[in-house]
Design a protein around this ligand. Sequence first.
Ligand SMILES: [Zn+2]
Length: 294
Amino acid sequence: MDAYLTWGKTSSGAMEHITGVVSGKGGLICPFCEGPLIAVRGTQTQHHFRHDGKTCRESTKALPMIQGWDHFHLNLPVSVVHQLQAGYLRHGRMGTPRAYYGQETSIINNLLEKDFLYDHSGYGYRFSDDAMVIVSGFDLSEFDQWMHDKLAERRRVFVARAKAGEIHPALLAIEQRRQRELLTSTLYLFRFTLKEGRTIHKIGRTNRAPEERLVETVFDVRKHFDDNVQGEILYAIPNRGYVEQYALYRYRDCHLKMDNYQEYLELPVSREAGLCIDFDMLFRFCKSIHSVGV
Ligand SMILES: [Zn+2]
């Protein structure tokens, strides 16, 4: 698949994403062929780099996507996603966690074969970990552990493949750079109180102090609503930036359309309580592993 080049390399070898640079020649080089680059930040196309000269083939290939971050079920046929969701949503939010409620044998066999279900020793079928992510059935702390392991596994595979000469070394460097950002950023949950007690929430991540980010987002929300909006930090959880996209995916039915922003939610009372419990459990989990010094 062809894609735009979104990473450039500095003379010291550091990777820079297009979002952090200004238009034009900035002294960055292509991570793959080391030819000079020009940053193109247009309104018509996605921001990207183009070569100041001949475009190398490697730079036109799409970067390997991160499951649980870039997508949740992109590699699967729509029919399989529907089969999973149908067996989960019908009753899965109550009763036995992970229980699959579909009845049709051909569908069950298909899901068993793909390792999305397993036979719970005669007590019916259960969703596998990967399937729980696809149906967004994991709470945030369960997802956190799944994702932490997935990222570590990806790092091992990238290192091994680069060492064996199977992938360009730049792909490993870009992967490490992307992961570092996800693993060192702070996950946050902000709440904004509007007129008449109406509340909206924002899920996001930042590499700066969450208080600084709050000031910026209050400004955005006031611009959209009114000047009396009050904002507060409900949770700020260090080193958990990689949970952000899953949290947004899990509450995707509550997304609030607000200008060009994607990360705002407006939730019915029961879902709001669920969101806060979700963050609270993750917060406690992170504190507990910190306190035993792991
Ligand atoms: Zn190149």
